[in-house]
Design a protein around this ligand. Sequence first.
Ligand code: HAM
Length: 444
Amino acid sequence: MFTSLPGFREFYPAERALQNHIFDLWRRTARRFGFQEWDAPVLEPLELFTEKSGEEIVRQLFNFEDKGGRKVTLRPEMTPSLARLVAARAGSLRRPIKWFAIGENFRYEKQQKGRLRSFYQFNADILGEAGPAADAEIIALCIESLRAFGFDVEDFRVRLSDRTLWFLFLESLGIPESAAVPVLAVVDKLERTSSAELEEMMADALVGTNCVAIEILPKVKNFVELNSLPALEQFFSGEDTKILARLGEWKTLLDLLKAMNLESFISIDLTIVRGLAYYTGFVFEAFERTGDGRALAGGGRYDALVKKLGGSDMPATGFGMGDVTLKNLLEDKSLLPVYSDAPDFYAIVLDPACRTVALTDVSLLRRAGIRTEYSFKDGKFGKLIQAAEQAGARYVLVYGPDEVANGVVKIRDTQERREITIPSRELVARLQAVLEGGLAAAES
Ligand code: HAM
């Protein structure tokens, strides 16, 4: 037996229906916010990611050399492709650019709960707007996308942090710019690493600076305890103007979210620094309320990426939301939708001589947009009714010699076990009436 590769999923119809439901809600929510859909190739030049995404993702690339000797990779994320698309037409695109995409991404990760090697991601990004208004809009869309599935404030939280504030804080500790990103990589591991290991990692990050790990670590740990704007304001009171100005932007962002009635979804959490290298400002991740499990979504501001890809200065912010953790949470919270792929009508043919008339009617119904199936085999009434019930159809259309000879069709309601007969020439209108009001509505 062949099996699929580890970390890759197969979608049987019920799973695919769930997938479609997820895509549909993502799409509808993004459109409600006025976002337009885009897409890009799943196979991209390797360089697009080795240069832009950061070490962790590069280790996880599904890369190879194609037959033309090009170094290529399956995309691990969509943001560098988006930046390239925007960079190429930056001059002609109406700003702010509000775009979303739904696409398959690939990361060679260790397969575990919430993490696969192939997953789908909903991306939403705003480009061309530098102020907190765009951050607020992106965070609001992230929250509303989760609410569209029925999750609410008791189910999830958006943990909000800020790489700008982090850089300013590290600068205030005397940590040079060159060491700031390595230090943030240590912060990223703060929650999951022992003190001894942290010290070692911090010492590595601070190599070549005048700073000492055992002095910096406690300060960093103090800093990440701050979980409200007043606490941040107190911590930095009277400090340099850059930090105060930044706290002003925090206030604007939080006020905007409050105006949208979303403040209860937000918790300030400075341990969030994001693994990807390109983030520059406000960053956030959405988690299940208890904080257990993997992130549902993650994003933030990346103001330098478009320029790095050859474009002009183009501030940007956005997020990605995966389908794997989302589906796990839908299951945990019993919010999986109930759906049916059943046909509305199922035609059964009792005699080979009736098949032509039956198929003509079936085609007519399908063209009218009515979901109709039919039995491929002729046969006995009881067996065919069983087949119709197995297909999930409530109404059966019976084509036997008597019906065909009289130019009528018999409709059987398998739930109420009742039948009516209608003239063939009125088939479409009568069946539409059945769908709206049951057999009674189609009786003349
Ligand atoms: P990311 O945090 O790497 O960000 O991924 C965002 C979300 O994608 C995660 O929170 C998770 O739900 C899902 N995800 C990531 N890796 C996996 C995996 N191996 N298996 C299942 N789900 C996964 C980004 O990708 C950024 N490009 C998002 C972004 C868009 N930032 C700005 N715009």
